[in-house]
Write a protein that binds this ligand. Structure first.
Ligand SMILES: NC(=O)c1ccc[n+]([C@@H]2O[C@H](COP(=O)([O-])OP(=O)(O)OC[C@H]3O[C@@H](n4cnc5c(N)ncnc54)[C@H](O)[C@@H]3O)[C@@H](O)[C@H]2O)c1
Ligand SMILES: [Zn+2]
Length: 406
């Protein structure tokens, strides 16, 4: 039995005797594979079946598939393919019900969570059953959240179908639900059972959703990997023109940086006040909410990166040429660095995005901690943001936007 350590506070009872105390402590190990493939539901592709059976449990695995409605629409053969895939392996894997179509672009609403939970209940999934979520980050986040609260957590297999979800949202340990008040106000930390990235889904993405993942790639490259930053800048035209081999390389590298960070940061569940990989995100999250989620996460992140890069330049952390490479690199890839929404002001005359700083702090707790680049490929954390410099950043980015349209 472990006793109180010397560093624990010895709290005295009113009668001046020490309270009895036992010090509880244990570790839980999480492990999940992230696969990269093509045609995951093709009859001949053994990956999905082997992932479901990766614990060699010698039983038939029960699953429910939740699928993003836009994926179902743009891949009209997918439901049939999923059903055939399972039928062909009926002794090993089983669909508890027909695949369920999830509303696209909706990462909020208890009614959606309730519907997911009800389907799971009606089909009697247990903790060893699988929820398979197929879709963009929004569907993965809300299905993942619902899945994490049924029986205190079912097994979740994520199949991300957007560049952003394959590079970032689908491979980590978080899920969540937005409210009109705040991004990810509701959610849990719940690592998936496994992730399968199938690059063939990406061909049907809209231009905006194609470029969204590139914003997250810039985010990690700027603060963690100068070579990767060069790769993104050099291949900006190819990325914009939907070169799939360049995109798959970018997704792979971006995913590896995220996974390594989660594994090695010592704070996978973000107990501290810093979210080191969320460079550019305090503004991005606010841009999403102010626009009532009409501006997507990736588009908002590109603008957030541009704002914080300007800030870093004014703090002497990067130079003017580096700032220019960042903004030009984003633009070359097809991402905007300005939207008029960032010029919006509150009744008191303050830039509305500045509310994002307080909300970012409230989400994490503790002192405000914002990550900024320090040269390209390294980062620094600051605990104070000067709103006058954010004003300048907005004007600077507006100027770039005007030049582009002249
Ligand atoms: N959990 C995390 O760690 C984490 C990390 C980053 C971002 N996120 C969240 O992810 C969300 C953004 O994810 P996203 O960029 O994937 O957006 P998204 O899920 O909203 O998808 C964008 C659009 O693409 C459609 N779509 C998805 N796959 C498609 C395909 N293959 N073909 C055609 N259309 C397709 C969707 O229906 C949607 O309309 C945000 O809510 C963000 O908060 C979560
Ligand atoms: Zn993000």
């Amino acid at each position: 039995m472990s006793l109180m350590s010397d560093t624990d506070k010895q709290i005295k009872n009113p009668d001046n005797k020490t309270f009895k105390a036992y010090r509880q402590s244990f570790d839980v190990r999480f492990e999940y594979p992230v696969h990269f493939t093509h045609q995951v539901f093709d009859f001949d592709n053994p990956l999905l079946e082997s992932v479901l059976d990766r614990l060699n449990e010698q039983k038939c695995h029960r699953c429910i598939v939740f699928i993003d409605s836009n994926v179902a629409e743009t891949h009209p053969e997918i439901i049939k393919k999923i059903e055939s895939y399972f039928q062909a392996r009926e002794k090993k894997i089983e669909l508890a019900c027909q695949p369920c179509i999830m509303p696209a672009d909706k990462k909020s609403g208890w009614d959606i969570v309730h519907n997911i939970v009800s389907v799971i209940k009606e089909n009697h999934l247990d903790r060893q059953s699988f929820v398979i979520a197929v879709g963009g980050g929004s569907v993965l986040d809300i299905v993942g959240f619902a899945c994490s609260i049924v029986h205190r957590g079912l097994r979740l297999l994520r199949l991300p179908t957007t560049t952003l979800a394959q590079a970032d949202a689908g491979i980590g340990v978080k899920n969540g639900m937005d409210t009109s008040y705040m991004k990810n106000f509701i959610g849990t930390f719940a690592p998936p059972f496994a992730v399968i990235n199938d690059f063939d889904f990406l061909s049907t993405l809209s231009f905006e959703d194609w470029t969204a993942g590139i914003a997250e790639a810039f985010k990690v490259a700027i603060i963690k990997d100068a070579d990767f930053f060069d790769y993104l800048c050099t291949n900006g035209d190819a990325l914009r023109q939907r070169d799939i081999s360049v995109m798959t390389e970018a997704i792979y590298r971006c995913a590896m940086i995220h996974l390594e960070h989660i594994r090695t940061s010592g704070d996978a569940f973000e107990f501290g006040s810093a979210r080191p990989l969320d460079f550019g995100h305090w503004a991005a999250h606010k841009i999403e909410t102010i626009s009532d989620y009409q501006i997507g996460h990736g588009q908002a992140v590109a603008i957030g990166i541009a704002i914080d890069s300007f800030y870093a330049m004014r703090q002497g952390l990067i130079n003017q040429a580096q700032l220019q490479r960042i903004t030009e690199g984003l633009i070359r890839c097809g991402l905007d660095v300005y939207n008029e929404i960032i010029s919006k002001r509150t009744a008191a005359g303050e830039l509305t995005i500045l509310e994002g700083l307080r909300q970012f702090q409230e989400h994490l707790g503790g002192e405000l901690t914002v990550t900024l680049p320090k040269n390209i490929g390294a980062k620094i954390e600051v605990n104070n943001i000067d709103s006058d410099i954010i004003e300048e950043a907005v004007q600077y980015l507006q100027g770039i936007c005007k030049q582009g349209s002249d």
